[in-house]
Write a protein that binds this ligand. Structure first.
Ligand code: 6R9
Length: 574
């Protein structure tokens, strides 16, 4: 482990910024990045202005900003179009007195209106909260309630999952795709936008004013609202340049949904701050469809995830027949460990390296990466971005030597670091319990050349197909089922998805274990919470291992599953 593989393929990186990594690190100053923004001179800050309006003002209004397609739509929008559409929705929000600091959520599938309305929200200084369309009732309610969202943009198909009567702070709903119920403050998005002005002066903000909230899972408690501020744009822009390697004529495709942080930081902000053409493909994953998306749009830079690459790999050469992928010059991955096997497969089928990047919802942007042009060690997440200091700490905060596994920690602060956990300062402070450091929750080691190697999570968070799943949220839903007395949820290793959700369940009296009951319980979670959180495997047990204080010991469940020794059982109940 740890040695450079010297058969590195010729890179097709075009951005010289990091040609000499050590030089770049030595001379790096965030202030040099800040000079690229208009607010550096004017003092007027607004992410949507920098990502859209400034391109229009600087003569790039007719450049294609968004190439959208799904099975029924095929549309293209310029930066000037984005400006007009987002101004209109911004004016709609102002008409209803929604503005600076208000939380406005989005709950809809990927489609152009999601992007227009998100930008409109930012234009008026409100904080955007994108929710993944697969969320069901409970997941939607928990997030809208905790954030105190005052308005929601959604579609008629998803509206029934929004429990209005339980959400007193939610005043307005904007429906994309028809329908309205003005008495109940359900308004038609199109009609409202059509009658609004296309001129709008953005709300001028400070770097510490709100930008976006993403709910994400930890090992305990409900999902946490990770709150980011305008300052994050410095990191989005910089990593767009040096990690995504974006240049003017690139056609960029990030496959992530804006419901996850990758779909906003790198599906919206980074590409548009860098002024490049951004491809969005709606609908479901299929290998053929994805390759055709690359071919049709002549995608040059492609950002995806290990599970997707593994699915493409297992689809075999059949899916590649007759498609021309020669436009691709830079491929990146995030979300889970990128297996060396996948990298070697990528070498063959794409004739280039897939570049792994490491970061989290909380970090707001990429921190440890394989940069274009650098020697890649398959299996390593890469090296810290210039401006970022990463290290490995023990639990007391002592730095550990190379090749020793410990807590992956980042020196604070950096521009896109989360500003707070909404409504939960105790949770926020847990990340910063060692002064001067952010403790990621991942374990890793560093080799003697400063490359970082991911080892796992230190907590019980499950990573299935790149999606972060909190066992607590799933357990809470499970015990709402009448048959379930107790439930403990773990991640079980899986070759395709990295991990799958596995639930151990003890049944209430009178219920008899059966395959049908398993299926029913799984579908209860699927329809109440979301498909990705539903257990793919259920095992019934007479009793679950618990501490004397009554906490289910997931660590013991995991040991059962992996047939490992269960470790210290001194706190177990009996
Ligand atoms: C951006 C995003 C964060 C967690 C993180 C880690 C895992 C992300 C990874 C990786 C191994 C990588 N993770 N990138 N593990 N190698 N390159 O994914 O955010 O959804 O918050 O997940 O994902 O465990 O802590 P998020």
């Amino acid at each position: 482990m740890g040695q450079v593989h010297h058969h590195v393929l010729p890179g097709r990186a075009r951005n010289p910024n990091l040609a000499d990594y050590d030089q770049a690190v030595t001379h790096f100053k965030w202030e040099d990045v800040e000079r690229n923004f208009t607010w550096y001179d004017t003092g007027k800050v607004n992410m949507a202005y920098e990502a859209v309006d400034r391109h229009v003002r600087e003569g790039r209004g007719e450049k294609t900003a968004l190439l959208y397609s799904d099975s029924t739509r095929d549309e293209s929008y310029t930066f000037a179009d984005l400006q007009e559409k987002s101004n209109r929705f911004g004016n709609v929000l102002r008409k209803y007195r929604i503005g600076k600091g208000d939380r406005v959520f989005l709950f809809m599938p990927r489609q152009p209106e999601l992007y227009f309305s998100l930008l409109g929200i930012l234009k008026v200084g409100a904080v955007a909260g994108p929710l993944f369309e697969a969320f069901m009732e409970t997941a939607v309610k928990d997030r809208l309630e905790d954030s105190g969202a005052v308005a929601l943009v959604t579609t008629p198909e998803l509206l029934h999952r929004v429990k209005r009567e339980e959400l007193p702070e939610l005043r307005y709903i904007f429906l994309v795709g028809g329908g309205s119920d003005p008495e109940n403050y359900v308004l038609d998005y199109e009609t409202e936008c059509a009658s609004a002005s296309e001129e709008l002066e953005p709300e001028w903000l400070g770097l510490e004013d709100g930008l976006i909230m993403h709910y994400t899972s930890g090992s305990t408690g409900k999902p946490k609202g990770v709150y980011h501020v305008q300052r994050a744009m410095i990191q989005h822009y910089y990593s767009g340049k040096v990690v995504l390697d974006l240049l003017d004529d690139d056609i960029y495709w990030c496959t992530a949904d804006p419901g996850w942080v990758t779909g906003t930081s790198y599906g919206i902000f980074a590409p548009w701050l860098c002024g490049v053409t951004n491809v969005v493909r709606g609908g479901r994953f299929s290998p053929r469809d994805w390759y055709q998306t690359i071919e049709r749009n002549k995608v040059t830079v492609w950002y995806s995830a290990p599970t997707a690459f593994r699915m493409l790999m297992s689809a075999g050469t059949e899916s590649l027949k007759g498609v021309d992928l020669s436009s691709l010059r830079h491929i990146l991955s995030v979300g889970e460990p990128l297996n060396p096997e996948v990298i070697r497969w990528g070498d063959k089928v794409y004739s280039q390296r897939i570049h792994d990047t490491w970061w989290m919802t909380e970090t707001g942007g990429q921190l440890i990466c394989n940069f274009p042009g650098m020697d890649i060690k398959p299996g390593s997440m890469g090296r810290p971005l210039p401006g970022i200091k990463a290290t490995i700490l023990d639990d007391k905060g002592n730095k550990l030597p190379p090749y020793t596994m410990g807590n992956l920690a980042i020196q604070t602060p950096w521009p896109s670091m989360m500003d707070r956990i909404w409504n939960n300062s105790a949770k926020y402070e847990e990340y910063f319990r060692i002064p001067g450091w952010y403790i990621s929750g991942d374990s890793a080691y560093m080799d003697d050349e400063g490359y970082f190697w991911f080892q796992g999570r230190v907590d019980d968070v499950i990573n299935s197909a790149g999606e972060r799943i909190g066992p607590f949220e799933v357990e809470s839903k499970l015990i709402e089922h009448p048959a379930v007395a107790e439930a403990g949820v773990i991640g079980k290793p899986d070759t395709l998805r990295g991990e799958i959700v596995k639930a151990f369940i003890s049944l209430r009296q009178g219920y008899i274990p059966s395959p049908e009951l398993k299926a029913e319980i799984a579908s209860f979670v699927r329809s109440g919470l979301s498909a990705h959180a539903a257990p793919r495997e259920i095992e019934f047990k007479d009793k679950l291992p618990k501490t004397r204080s009554g906490k289910i010991m997931r660590r013991v469940l995991k040991a059962w599953e992996l047939q490992l020794p269960a470790g210290d059982l001194s706190t177990i109940e009996d």
